[in-house]
Design a binder for this molecule. Sequence first.
Ligand SMILES: *Cc1c(COP(=O)(O)O)cnc(C)c1O
Length: 429
Amino acid sequence: MQDEQITRMYEQLGISKDVYRFGTQIEEKLRDRFEAIDRTAEYNQLKVIHAMQENRVSEGCFHYTSGYGYDDMGRETLEKVYASVFHTESALVRPQIACGTHALAIALGANLRPGDELLSPVGKPYDTLEEVIGIRPSSGSLAEYGVTYRQVDLLEDGTFDYENIEKAINEKTKLVTIQRSKGYQTRPSFSVAQIGELIAFVKKIRPDVICMVDNCYGEFVELQEPSDVGADMVVGSLIKNPGGGLAPIGGYIAGREDLIENCAYRLTSPGLGREVGASLGVMQSFYQGLFLAPTVVASALKGAILAANIYETCGFKVVPDGKESRHDIIQAVELGTPEGVIAFCQGIQAAAPVDSYVTPEPWAMPGYDSDVIMAAGAFVQGSSIELSADAPIKPPYAVYFQGGLTWPHAKLGILMSLEYLVRKGLVTL
Ligand SMILES: *Cc1c(COP(=O)(O)O)cnc(C)c1O
């Protein structure tokens, strides 16, 4: 009876019986993996609750503050909670940090000085970082301030090129930046353990080098965070994993006290540092979002794994593949044709709670060398912890899929993407 009602509800939303049956058969084979994800979420949920209890989070932490924001108890306590969750000495968690790129730019700009060198031992960083660093010339980049940049690409098989990393570290090297998630590249994402090995290698050569991890999309995917394996700073966005879908803005930097102090001076002003910055009523969403984040990340991970297995079964190349262990929430699916990525994204959009009636189309976006299509029916603009997908309209015609605040929504989105591909005749079940 319950099954029948669920099938009927799917039909009302536009999912045919065949697509539902196909998806559900694949889902049934994923029980063990989903159970392991739930166990990770359980651990991380306890970790967050423990951090909140330890720092005596109270109702008073949610109060609105304005103006300079001196003695903002909610802000100060939240920063302690983040430091507890990441097991760091200190943290900066603020609505004044506009996004992940801004958080990373602060962490870099605050801790590098003219004449210093920045090293990425994991290949090209995330697109937006290219302008922060000055790989692509940009006004105000680190390059303009006399910070040089060096990069060591990954080996063919996606592992670290230790030999050339050792050669690249010199007396000028001040900071090493390690991106945990592949972002929108085809390289593998790194496990926390792998990041730990890389940091240990760097520290053996130069113990004083600052190791920073771009933690975007990686938070709460594993039991540990990079700060548990030697990272001096971890940096991320609150409109991704740790905001739990509720934070309407924000970023965080957690790490060593002296480094975070520098970040605070960079964010506000020398002399003022972390003492100013009113929280304008967003604190409750920051706390509650962090509280929900472990289970939200679990939903997104289940969605990514279901998508990988469904599209792999349909004969497409998926990265990571259906069986691989996960280190972030992003799933790439190579659909091979423009029609394929467009249908996929239109399906994701049609399953959204917001703007489901609009049809996404490819368009020219600043910073991209091809048209891009994006599906995002989100409560928070551009939020990619909410179910979303995007694809550049160029070979290999891969779509990048991520998020899902709840597992049923992630599942609906994937089934709807498949439904659209089936209707267009691009997939036969
Ligand atoms: C999203 C992302 C960023 C940038 O974050 P924004 O909030 O989009 O500015 C940086 N690095 C990685 C790996 C990301 O996934």
